[in-house]
Each structure stands twice: as structure tokens, then as C-alpha cells.
Ligand binder design. Structure first.
Ligand code: NAP
Length: 314
């Protein structure tokens, strides 16, 4: 049995691991399908304090992991397929490992990329459709690429992809962008980016040789258009990874975990949530790391109080 298990290895989970390992609580950290979390799919991180020249996302995550290991955090790979949070110790079922028991759990499973849900999309993932410019941009050297979305992610992906692509077309369903001004300005100043606004994506058009383009509806004229391209990058936001909890923790309507204001306590005492899985507002690496620290401290206090209560009742 473990004192604590951390599910997820983004900045939140790894920060919690550093704190709990330094508190001698020997945390077990379960690495899911995206080790290191979303930062491993970005390039340069320029706004994480302490790195005046910036740092590569994967390098930052690798450093955090090494830091946690240095103080005794243990890591295993696998999907958590089932949890039983109805009684303590809690039970987690991990694919390839089996059942694990823990007195406390920290959920830091983050959020995953959303898809458009249009024909031709899912079946062409890895064959011209991607949700990760950093992972796949390299394969599009000299090619024309479409980026779908109007938020900061779309601006960032579009800018990044101009390093490889001959041209990037930004397709967004409205005329107004949701992205912050600085990110919009940067994208607008990039000569390789052209804009197809007010277009709703309808279908990824592909044949056996790969993606040929994106069929869209021009919302002004109602006409369908084909924007030709060899790659379609979908950058329309994320969904919180909370399905595996099977409704055992309170969530909001979008599935984000609800925590008590000013803390990381979930609806089940002894289960804490940090990072993007509970954050619909800030969603930054540094804010995720901050809540990871909070979860570790909340967890430590919970374990101390539980131990005290056990001693008193003896
Ligand atoms: P977001 O802000 O939620 O934007 C998602 C975009 O995708 C919106 O423009 C939305 O259109 C569009 N969209 C959603 N569903 C769609 C669908 N089914 N079909 C077509 N378009 C669809 O998500 P995000 O860009 O991933 O950003 C998330 C958070 O991370 C934000 O707080 C952002 O500031 C932050 N972030 C920051 C940075 C940075 O500062 N370096 C980089 C990336 C992300 P509508 O606008 O019409 O709803």
C-alpha cells in the first residue's frame, strides 16, 4: 500500500511528486499515454520563470522528472482504467500492473486535444491530420498546411509550422479570433500565414496518398469551398482527462474536476486535483505547477491528520 499515488506527469503531477518525495512520502507516479503532458508537445517555453532564454518544453519536463526521482519518487507507465474512491485505502486498477492501493490520490491527468469530429479526420490522423505541430511539423517541410482554430493554440501552432511549411492557412469558424492580442499580432505579422476566417470545417479530403485539403462552408455565402493542403492541424482546445474516474468525483458540465476554492480538495476527502484537469481559466505550465505544489501540501496535511486520528482512536 502506498501513502500516495499521483496520476499524471505534467507540470502539476511532477511538482506534486517533487514536494511529496522531499517530504519522505515516497510517492508512486503513474505516467499515462502522454508522459510529460502537453508541454512535451510544445517547443520553446518562454514564460516559465527562471529561464531567461526560454527552455524547450520536453527538456523542462525531463528536468522536473529527474528532480522528483532524485528525492525518491517512483514512476510506472500505464493507463489507470478503473478507480474505487468509495473507501480508503483507495484502489486504482492500472493496465499492465493490476490493482494498487493508496491512502491518498492526486489527480493530475491534464486535458487532451479535441478533434473536430468531421468525416476524414480521425481516419487520417498520422496521415496528414495532427493535433501536435511540434510532434509532426517536421514532416511537412515545403508543404501547404491548414491550422484550424481561433485561440492561442492555433496562433502558436500556425507560427511554429511556418518554420517548415511553404504556407499556412488559418481556418476559423468565426470572423473574430479568441486568441490574445500578442499571439494574434505575432501570427498576423507572419507573411507565411494566410487567413480563411468565417469558415466551418466540414470534411478532411484525402485519398490513398494522404490529405488533399479541407472542405469548409463559407459562413458568409453559405457556399462550400475546398482549401487545398497536404496537412490539417487541429488546434481547437482540450478535453479534461476525467473519464476514468467514472463520475466518482464532482466535475463541472465540461468534465473538469471541481475543487474547493483556494485548495486542491476534490469532493472525496483524500483525493486532490491539480493542473489542467481542474483548471478552466489559467491553463499555464506555471499555474499547473503551482497547484501541484498546493496538492502536495494539502495531501501531506491530510495524511498527517489521518495518522493523528488513527493514533487517537487506538
Ligand atoms: P481555446 O481558447 O478554447 O480556443 C479554441 C478555439 O477553437 C476557439 O477559437 C474555438 O472557436 C475553436 N473551436 C472549438 N471547437 C471547434 C469546432 N468544433 N470547430 C471549429 N472550431 C472550434 O483553446 P486553446 O487555443 O487551446 O487555448 C486554451 C488556453 O490555453 C487558453 O487560455 C489560452 O490562452 C492558453 N494558451 C496559451 C498559450 C500561450 O500563451 N503561449 C498557448 C496556447 C494556449 P470559437 O472561438 O468560435 O469558440
Amino acid at each position: 500500500m502506498r501513502k500516495t499515488i499521483i496520476i499524471g506527469t505534467g507540470p502539476a503531477g511532477l511538482t506534486a511528486a517533487i514536494y511529496l518525495a522531499r517530504a519522505n512520502l515516497n510517492p508512486l507516479v503513474i505516467e499515462g499515454p502522454e508522459p510529460g503532458g502537453q508541454l512535451t508537445t510544445t517547443t520553446e517555453v518562454e514564460n516559465f520563470p527562471g529561464f531567461p532564454e526560454g527552455i524547450l518544453g520536453p527538456e523542462l519536463m525531463d528536468n522536473m522528472r529527474k528532480q522528483a526521482e532524485r528525492f525518491g519518487a517512483e514512476f510506472i507507465r500505464g493507463w489507470v482504467t478503473k478507480v474505487d474512491l468509495s473507501k480508503r485505502p483507495f484502489t486504482l486498477t492500472v493496465e499492465g500492473t493490476g490493482e494498487l492501493k493508496a491512502e491518498s490520490v492526486i489527480v493530475s491527468t491534464g486535458a487532451s486535444a479535441k478533434y473536430l469530429g468531421i468525416p476524414g479526420e480521425k481516419e487520417n490522423v498520422g496521415r496528414g491530420v495532427s493535433t501536435c505541430a511540434t510532434c509532426d511539423g517536421f514532416f511537412y517541410r515545403g508543404k501547404k498546411i491548414i491550422v484550424v482554430g481561433g485561440g492561442d493554440s492555433a496562433m502558436e501552432e500556425a507560427n511554429f509550422l511556418t518554420r517548415f511549411a511553404s504556407e499556412v492557412v488559418l481556418v476559423h469558424r468565426r470572423n473574430e479570433l479568441r486568441a490574445s492580442k500578442i499571439m494574434q499580432d505575432r501570427a498576423r505579422a507572419n507573411e507565411k500565414i494566410s487567413w480563411s476566417l468565417n469558415r466551418t470545417p466540414l470534411e478532411v479530403v484525402a485519398d490513398e496518398t494522404g490529405v488533399k485539403g479541407l472542405k469548409v462552408r463559407n459562413n458568409e455565402t453559405g457556399q462550400e469551398e475546398l482549401i487545398e493542403a497536404q496537412g490539417v492541424f487541429v488546434a481547437i482546445g482540450h478535453t479534461p482527462n476525467t473519464k476514468f474516474l467514472d463520475g466518482q468525483l464532482e466535475t463541472d458540465e465540461a468534465g473538469y474536476l471541481v475543487v474547493k476554492p483556494g485548495s486542491t480538495e476534490t469532493s472525496v476527502p483524500g483525493v486532490f486535483a491539480c493542473g489542467d484537469v481542474q483548471d478552466t481559466k489559467y491553463r499555464q505550465a506555471i499555474s499547473a505547477a503551482g497547484t501541484g505544489c498546493m496538492a502536495a501540501l494539502d495531501c501531506e496535511r491530510f495524511l498527517e491528520a489521518a495518522e493523528q486520528a488513527a493514533v487517537t482512536s487506538r
